[in-house]
Design a protein around this ligand. Structure first.
Ligand SMILES: [Zn+2]
Ligand SMILES: [Zn+2]
Length: 156
């Protein structure tokens, strides 16, 4: 979801922009890869019995891990060996190859959104977007279904 909602007709859609987590979807991510094809789902963090998305976090001062709930719209996340300083912008990297995930968009908070791919083909049409800013819970799941939905909304 994202900017398209700004064009929506009623107030609740206009406000669907970012700061809060959005529990209504709940779709489970069962596959997630870096651009080099490494699976980043691991049991470093487990959410309702499902492995979380594990990311390596880096900034000038520290290095650690973040585990994120694999349910879309679920804002549970767990910092591992990393001090959570809200507002800080960190680099989000693959826990296997340590390469930063590619940036594909700008978040409304001014930081970047990086792409975690939900298919080993690593296409931006199948990805989860995550904001680099600690404390910003913006995340989005991009799938072909959404792209179709967006293009339909162009006719409004
Ligand atoms: Zn990797
Ligand atoms: Zn953000």
């Amino acid at each position: 979801m994202g900017i398209m909602w700004l064009l929506g007709g009623n107030d609740s859609q206009k406000r669907r922009v970012i700061e809060k987590c959005d529990q209504e979807d709940g779709q489970l991510i069962t596959e997630c890869y870096c651009q080099n094809g490494h699976s980043i789902l691991s049991d470093k963090g487990v959410f309702d019995g499902h492995p979380g998305l594990t990311l390596k976090l880096k900034n000038g001062k520290q290095e650690g891990y973040l585990s994120i709930s694999p349910f879309i719209g679920d804002c549970r996340r767990e910092f591992i060996n990393f001090e959570r300083i809200p507002g800080n912008v960190v680099e989000l990297c693959c826990p296997v190859c340590s390469e930063p995930f590619p940036i594909y968009n700008e978040c409304s908070c001014g930081a970047h959104l990086v792409a975690l791919f939900t298919s080993p083909k690593t296409q931006f049409s199948h990805c989860v977007g995550l904001c680099q800013r600690i404390g910003c819970l913006h995340s989005e799941l991009i799938s072909e279904r959404d792209l179709r939905l967006f293009s339909r909304q162009d006719y409004f």
